[in-house]
Design a protein around this ligand. Structure first.
Ligand code: PHE
Length: 338
């Protein structure tokens, strides 16, 4: 009987030797060691083996089972390793191949300049406020000292939604909204979109402005000049000439327009500055006491300055862009330059 086991062992060894892939090993494992495997069957029927030979028979059976198991395992790990190796060879990864190029986005030049302007004023302690683009006539005009029949309304071609509601024509209404809600001292900048019924080579119906204002006791025209000169030098360069020219806005008194020395000719006169050497860049002034009265501030106690500018215009002058439409066409060849 012991011989039976030894001959099973010899056959199994022979078969395992001849197996030449993982699959063959797996089916041999089932054949000899599976639930209904040849050796498993022998173990199950151990009870019917005569007592006298049972110890030796059992020992041989057990040794054979362990032996077969171990040579199966050996061969199996050999096949697994060579399968992995040939898989790696077949799907070789070349780590030196350059990766796929994923183009990065660019900040729009308008956003870029807006961020720069905000940075300069933040460093002076100004905080950002925002107001609605669909605005009450009251905030856009009335409270800024522009009554219904005032000729100044013709300065700005307004989109009316109803008699009392407009698309804001400038960011100045944010002055009124902020002052109504807060007590001085105030240092605020208010960027945003504004709308005017106007479209030609140098005008689009929507454009961006940034408003700034400061209110406290003893604020003077000198503070206004200092802040704006610092700002314009930061944006256009330390040596840029800056001049203040008397002007008129209903919500500031006195009012001024600020020019910088022409960015193209430096002041000698050219096509861009129409020979004057200067380029108008923003409007400003001391906040009109009438506006303070509208928001309930004491005009005897408080003074303040305000200014407003178009961001498209500043961007065009800063980067030498000569066509406003480029900002809105989203041509990547243009946008990628910034
Ligand atoms: N709101 C004015 C405009 O749009 C600019 C301005 C703002 C002027 C603040 C004076 C003070 O033209």
């Amino acid at each position: 009987m012991v011989e039976d086991i030894l001959s099973i062992k010899a056959i199994a060894e022979e078969e395992i030797k001849g197996a030449n892939d993982l699959k063959a090993i797996q089916s041999l494992r089932v054949k000899y060691l599976g639930k209904k495997g040849v050796l498993t069957d022998k173990i199950k029927s151990l009870g019917s083996v005569p007592k006298e030979i049972r110890p030796e028979y059992g020992k041989t059976l057990n040794e054979t089972k362990n032996h077969i198991e171990s040579i199966l395992n050996q061969k199996e790990s050999f096949f697994k390793a060579s399968e992995l190796e040939s898989g790696l060879k077949a799907n070789r990864i070349d780590v030196t191949v350059p990766g796929n190029f994923i183009p990065a986005g660019h900040k729009h030049p308008i956003s870029r300049v807006l961020d720069e302007i905000v940075d300069v004023f933040s460093s002076l302690g100004f905080v950002i406020e925002e107001g609605p683009e669909i605005e009450l006539d009251y905030y856009n005009f009335e409270a800024l000292n522009i009554p219904r029949d005032h000729p100044a309304r013709d300065m700005q071609d307004t989109f009316y939604i109803t008699d009392d509601v407009v698309l804001r024509t400038h960011t100045s209404p944010v002055q009124v909204r902020v002052m109504q809600k807060n007590k001085p001292p105030l240092r605020v900048i208010a960027p945003g979109k504004v709308y005017r019924c106007d479209a030609d080579v140098t005008h689009t119906p929507m454009f961006h402005q940034i408003e700034g204002f400061m209110v406290d006791e003893h604020i003077s025209m000198g503070d206004l000049k200092g802040a704006l000169e610092l700002f314009l030098h930061a944006i256009f360069g330390e040596d840029t000439g800056v001049r203040f020219r008397p002007s008129f806005f209903p919500f500031t008194e006195p009012s001024a327009e600020v020019d910088i020395a022409c960015v193209m000719c430096g002041g000698t006169g050219c096509r861009l500055c129409k020979g004057s050497g200067w380029i108008e860049i923003l409007g400003c002034g001391m906040i009109n006491p009438k506006v303070f009265e509208m928001v309930g501030y004491d005009p005897e106690k408080y003074t303040g300055f305000a200014f407003g500018m178009g961001i498209e215009r500043i961007t065009m002058l800063k980067y030498g862009i000569d066509d406003l439409r480029l900002f809105f066409e989203n041509d990547k060849r243009f946008l990628e330059q910034f």
